[in-house]
Design a protein around this ligand. Structure first.
Ligand code: PLP
Length: 340
């Protein structure tokens, strides 16, 4: 029996997708790279495949696409990082759609009739062509990626303008997409798809955000020991916490090896029967210590690490990182449970 359980409410994910589709009047590419940010790509794809609001899926590399195809997923699967030498057979055999962003990708595709999407670099400075590409009947989509949709609206608007410029080089295209979750706050009139990862789970990608989202995730861990340490005792490695009074300590079986980053040492709270219990001392590989003074807590109790009242986003802000990083660092000893 797992001591660390992540629950993904698939009904809530589906509801968030419907709300995003309604607000944007676009269909979605559900971005499921890195095992759907650690939330479980196969389970999500199986649930979302039947939704009319979902056009298809996006993954980072071919192997992630093959995993979905082996799970009987039939909708389009975009491979965001393109196609490398030696990958053509795999990509064709599993009917994956490469996103071409480098002349070398085109070279690999030269004897193939496989449809592909073209990616332009409109200011992300990562993947994408910097100049318009020749017309090619195999091109079924054009895309780009926003670098700062949650933090810089002027720059985002510049990227949108450059994107529309690149679209001029192509005739009518079946698929045009630019926005990620935070990008939904902007209008891209010529786009007909949006690529959404984070917002599916109810994580607010930007403040303010035009779509009301519900939180779909819960992470909980078990208490393995409870005891009272006397005033003056030090807690955990390196003595970063020395107690100024007697404190009841609960030892919870989640640590930095599970993704609870050490940056949260002496920061934030876990929820014990709904009440906040402060994190004390350095977070260790497998355990974290919390102050449960005055609480009725017992060995074996479940403690909430993440839920609607303390999201991955909130923890990430405390830790000086982003929710994506905390989510995809969840360990393999975390059991994923799906509510339908
Ligand atoms: C990860 C990714 C997305 C999804 O981003 P979210 O912020 O999670 O919505 C969209 N497009 C590309 C190219 C990505 O790499």
């Amino acid at each position: 029996m797992a001591r660390l359980v992540l629950t993904v409410n698939l009904c809530t994910v589906a509801e968030n997708i419907r709300r995003i589709a309604r607000a944007t009047e676009r269909r979605l590419i559900a971005v499921l790279k890195a095992d759907a940010y650690g939330m479980g790509a196969t389970s999500l794809a199986r649930q979302l495949e039947a939704m009319t609001e979902v056009f298809g899926f996006a993954v980072s590399c071919p192997l992630e696409g093959v995993v979905l195809r082996k799970a009987k997923i039939v909708k389009p699967i975009l491979v965001l990082t393109g196609i490398l030498p030696g990958e053509l057979n795999l990509i064709e055999r599993w009917r994956l759609t490469p996103v071409v962003s480098d002349p070398a990708h085109l070279l690999t595709l030269k004897d193939s009739t496989l449809p592909y999407h073209v990616k332009y670099d409109t200011g992300m400075g990562r993947l994408g062509f910097l100049s318009p590409q020749n017309h090619d009947p195999r091109i079924c989509g054009v895309m780009s990626h926003l670098s700062s949709a949650g933090t810089d609206s002027d720059y985002t608007k510049e990227q949108i303008e450059r994107f529309e410029g690149f679209l001029g080089a192509h005739g009518p295209l079946p698929f045009v997409h630019l926005q990620n979750s935070a990008g939904i706050a902007f209008k891209v009139p010529r786009a007909n798809l949006v690529r959404v990862g984070l917002a599916m789970f109810g994580e607010q990608p930007a403040e303010p955000f035009p779509v009301q989202l519900s939180y779909a995730l819960e992470l909980k861990a078990r208490v393995v020991s409870v005891k009272t340490l006397a005033k003056g005792s030090s807690v955990s490695y390196n003595r970063s916490c020395v107690l100024s009074e007697d404190v009841q300590i609960a030892v919870v079986n989640i640590g930095y090896a599970d993704g609870l980053t050490r940056a949260l040492s002496n920061k934030g709270f876990l929820l014990v029967h709904g009440k906040p219990a402060r994190v004390l001392g350095d977070i260790t590989m497998d355990m974290v210590l919390i102050d449960t003074t005055g609480m009725d807590v017992r060995v074996g109790d479940w403690v909430v690490v993440v839920d609607a009242s303390q999201t991955f986003g909130a923890l990430a802000r405390l830790a000086g990182t982003i929710p994506y990083e905390l989510m995809c660092n969840l360990s393999s000893r975390t059991r994923r449970v799906y509510r339908r």
